[in-house]
Design a protein around this ligand. Structure first.
Ligand code: ADP
Ligand code: MG
Length: 227
């Protein structure tokens, strides 16, 4: 019965989200329509700017749809025992390139004793990328993004810290809600997706933040034996 209740709750949540996503996608579409209409009548220089805006808004629509789908599917995922450090190693070139482009740096702190846990590497990579990207977006060009793994007695931890703007206490509660964003170009789906990924991996996610100093997201995954 509990499974059935959860299923109903999920379905109604998806219904509410369908309403929000319609709203969210209409915004960039309206912008695109407006600028495409203007393209006709403008000088080549102006056209260049408009093309740029149109492409950005199309990308935005695309990421809203992608994130939303990953979130709504809530599918049963395949997991296999994997090492978080190895996963980070695979991702590092990508994260490093992103940081480099922003003039920021990465401080990687690996716990060599990390134990393998069951994971879906595609989802886990998405988690690391979303947290890293948020960290980078919160910092200026002197920012340092710290990515850390820790093997604790019952859990394996992933910590992503930035020395960026920080999050005011009254906003902390809303962070993981779908479509909550403070960015002009944000989708507000990144952390909602992170939460669902962590939960599908038998874990918990926490955030510690001080305005003006920075933010740390901590994802802790139960080791199979501890459950
Ligand atoms: P988006 O990045 O598209 O805005 P997210 O769900 O990833 O959506 O994040 C939601 C909001 O949480 C962000 O708009 C921002 O206000 C806040 N946030 C997330 N990560 C951080 C961080 N590392 N530092 C400061 N604020 C953050
Ligand atoms: Mg984000």
């Amino acid at each position: 019965l509990q499974g059935e209740v959860d299923r109903m709750e999920r379905l109604s949540l998806v219904g509410q989200m369908a309403a929000s996503i319609t709203h969210e996608i209409r915004n960039p579409l309206a912008v695109i329509r407006g600028f495409v209409q203007l393209l006709n009548e403008r000088s080549p220089a102006e056209q260049k700017t408009y093309f740029h805006i149109v492409l950005e808004e199309l990308d935005r629509t695309n990421s809203i749809i992608n994130d939303f789908l990953s979130l709504a599917q809530n599918r049963i995922i395949e997991k296999e025992p994997s090492n978080l450090n190895e996963l980070l190693n695979d991702l590092l070139p990508l994260i490093w390139a992103d940081a480099n482009m922003r003039g920021q740096s990465i401080d990687l702190r690996i716990d060599e004793n990390i134990e393998s846990i069951p994971m879906n590497s595609k989802e886990m990579k998405q988690l690391v990328l979303n947290l890293s990207r948020n960290g980078m977006e919160a910092m200026n060009d002197k920012g340092v993004l710290r990515i850390e793994t820790m093997n604790l007695p019952d859990v394996v931890q992933l910590r992503v810290s930035d020395n960026g703007v920080g999050i005011p206490p009254e906003k902390l509660k809303q962070l993981f809600e779908p479509f909550f964003t403070t960015k002009t170009n944000g989708t507000g789906l990144g952390l909602a997706l992170c939460l669902s990924i962590v939960e599908r991996h038998n874990g918990k996610i926490q955030v510690e933040s001080t305005v003006g100093e920075g933010t740390t997201f901590i994802a802790a995954f139960n080791k199979p034996a501890a459950k």
